[in-house]
Design a protein around this ligand. Structure first.
Ligand SMILES: [Zn+2]
Length: 79
């Protein structure tokens, strides 16, 4: 409550961040909210029709689960 959240306006940037992370997990991810490096992404996918990723940024305090519907247009997201 009261912490930063990824809203609709940041969602496309967040999806691009996740797609880039899936291609190169060892690369440093950038927070879609504050732009700081060192964003932590973890895969919590458990459902057949969606993938879930947790984005944690220690700079701005972001800690949010994002659902990514399969079939969404995520560039480079072919896992
Ligand atoms: Zn941040």
């Amino acid at each position: 409550m009261g912490g930063p959240e990824i809203m609709v306006e940041q969602m496309s940037a967040a999806l691009r961040t996740i797609a880039a992370w899936r291609v190169a997990p060892e690369a440093e991810a950038v927070c879609p909210l504050c732009g700081a490096k060192g964003l932590t992404i973890s895969d919590h996918s458990a459902r057949p029709h969606a993938e879930w990723y947790r984005l944690v940024c220690r700079e701005c305090g972001l800690d949010q689960m994002l659902g990514v519907p399969l079939g969404a247009a995520v560039p480079g997201g072919d896992g």
